[in-house]
Design a protein around this ligand. Structure first.
Ligand code: FAD
Ligand code: NAD
Length: 465
């Protein structure tokens, strides 16, 4: 057995693990990262990047298809487009391949040793890695667990080719004619919308009374309206029960307690993700857990000295940028810097149509905390920029303390709003007040003026609404 030692060993090269390893390498720490699949993890290979590529392709196709149907209001007409989905998938795969190479290059440049293989714990200082060249034993002073998460499989609907996970959905050979999406959350709606735009007949089955239950109705309503316009059927308070008709149809319990059966070519199950905590000897460490997740403190330390955990394996929010921020922080802690998790807010974006952006507290979350707040919104119906984009659905909303006007939260829903998340996060992280936003010149014509106007409205002197 091949033996290696290092100061820092990172298990998993997803956004959390590779960021941690790169930063550690920059800081001169002798670092090894072990990855059983491809560099970049879920996000790069089967998550954020391929899904956003598919969403972009679907948006483009739908825009052209709408023009061909004479439904575009811009005076543009064209022939009915055709879709070579194999080429779409190949384009998406090429983006992923280029970024895989990018992550490998960055690790190399930082002096990180990359070991391709499956790691499992011997103890809190030693890991065994099964590589194509045999077994390697790695001894480390510090270990970071960054093993990520995996899709939840429903007992009654195991993944089997017709019942598929998000990973399968991102690698389909063709657009399914009839697609049922079980779970109207982030993944179900991002991918469900994309497939609807690509021509699939999509039905969303959501167990709660509303799609995107993690957001308030004000934010999810524009998405629900757009789904209706795209011809997507949304069944809320509905539960997927089992496959029937020799596996070709799904039995659904509807809101009124009745049952209905829907034929489907593919059934995409997106009911959440579970942390990757089994299959690599984690139980030998007997770490304290927080439900299914590894319990961490404000420095991402686990209950065992010298063992850290970051990213999805540590719980919600399961977002790539949270994993990256944790990874960077842990590398600096290992290098002896005084760091602790002190971020005011973690932005979240749902890449639906329109996109939803949230940072900090919603009005109801603030009220639940007993805070007295001023909250106002600027509707895109009053935005010149939104009208020039032919998309006036949505708004930007600010939530500020009533007493000193410090912003507690900013939310928005609108076309391409994802890019505004940085302005929202910065405002919260810098402790901005409504007056700071009001006194900042926002360029015209942009959707960002909605942020300015929402703040002005809260101060009682909006100009454009
Ligand atoms: P992961 O990215 O899951 O990486 C963990 C890595 O560890 C994997 O590569 C795995 O192979 C490896 N590993 C596990 N066990 C071992 C072992 N024993 N030995 C060696 N290697 C091991 N988040 C966003 O912020 N924005 C988005 O737009 C977004 N879109 C998404 C779309 C989809 C379809 C999905 C599924 C997820 C999306 N996410 C998005 C979530 C995001 O992908 C995750 O939050 C992020 O990847 C978590 O990073 P991580 O480093 O914790 O884990
Ligand atoms: P989710 O938690 O966003 O949504 C799951 C949905 O399934 C919920 O609305 C839930 O009520 C519903 N559900 C649960 N059981 C059900 C059942 N039996 N029948 C019908 N509906 C059921 O989970 P997800 O969409 O799988 O995404 C997982 C995680 O991945 C997210 O929490 C997020 O952290 C991450 N993600 C982020 C992005 C992004 O940042 N844009 C995109 C995709 C995924």
């Amino acid at each position: 057995m091949n033996d290696t030692t290092c100061k820092l060993l990172v298990i998993g090269a997803g956004p959390g693990g590779y960021t941690c390893a790169i930063r550690a390498g920059q800081l001169g720490i002798d670092t090894v990262v072990v990855e059983s699949e491809k560099p970049g993890g879920t996000c790069l290979n089967i998550g954020c990047i391929p899904s956003k590529a598919l969403i972009h392709a679907a948006d483009t196709y739908e825009t052209v298809a709408r023009a061909a149907d004479g439904k575009a209001s811009l005076g543009i007409s064209t022939q009915k487009p055709s879709l070579d989905f194999t080429k779409t998938i190949a384009w998406k795969d090429d983006i992923v391949r280029r970024l895989n190479g990018g992550v490998s290059g960055l690790l190399k440049r930082a002096g990180v040793r990359y070991v391709a293989g499956h790691a499992s714990f011997h103890d809190g200082k030693t890991v065994e890695v099964h590589t194509t060249n045999g077994v390697q034993l790695i001894h480390a002073e510090t270990i970071v667990i960054a093993t990520g998460s995996a899709p939840i499989e429903l007992l009654s609907l195991p993944f089997d080719g017709r019942v598929i996970s998000s990973t399968d959905a991102l690698a389909l050979a063709e657009v399914p004619k009839r697609l049922i999406v079980v779970g109207g959350g982030y993944i179900g709606l991002e991918l469900g919308t994309a497939f609807a735009k690509l021509g699939a007949d999509v039905t969303v089955v959501e167990a709660t009374p509303r799609i995107l239950p993690q957001y308030d109705g004000e934010l999810s309503d524009p998405v629900a309206r757009r789904l209706r316009a795209l011809g997507v059927t949304v069944l809320t308070s509905a539960k997927a029960k089992a496959l029937v008709a020799e596996g070709t149809a799904l039995l659904i319990e509807t809101a009124d307690g009745g049952q209905t059966t829907l034929e489907a070519d593919k059934i995409l199950v997106t009911v959440g993700r579970k942390p990757a905590t089994s299959g690599f000897g984690l139980e030998l460490l007997d770490l304290d857990m927080d439900g299914p997740y590894i319990r961490i403190d404000d420095r991402c330390r686990t209950s065992m000295r010298g063992v850290f955990a970051i990213g999805d394996v540590t719980g919600e929010p399961m977002l790539a940028h949270r994993a990256m921020a944790q990874g960077e922080m842990v590398a600096e802690i290992v290098a002896g810097h005084r760091r602790a998790w002190d971020r005011v807010a973690i932005p979240a974006i749902c890449f639906t149509d329109p996109e939803i952006v949230t940072v900090g507290l919603s009005p109801s979350e603030a009220w639940d905390k007993g805070l007295e707040v001023k909250s106002d919104l600027f509707p895109f119906k009053a935005s010149g920029r939104a009208l020039t984009l032919d998309r006036d659905d949505g708004f930007i909303r600010t939530v500020a303390r009533a007493d000193n006007h410090v912003l507690l939260g900013i939310q928005g829903v609108g076309p391409g709003l994802a890019e505004l998340s940085a302005a929202f996060s910065l405002a919260l992280e810098m402790g901005a007040r409504l007056e700071d936003i009001a006194l900042t010149i926002h360029a015209h014509p942009t959707l960002s003026e909605g942020f300015h106007e929402a703040a002005l409205k809260s101060l009682g002197h909006a100009i454009h609404v």
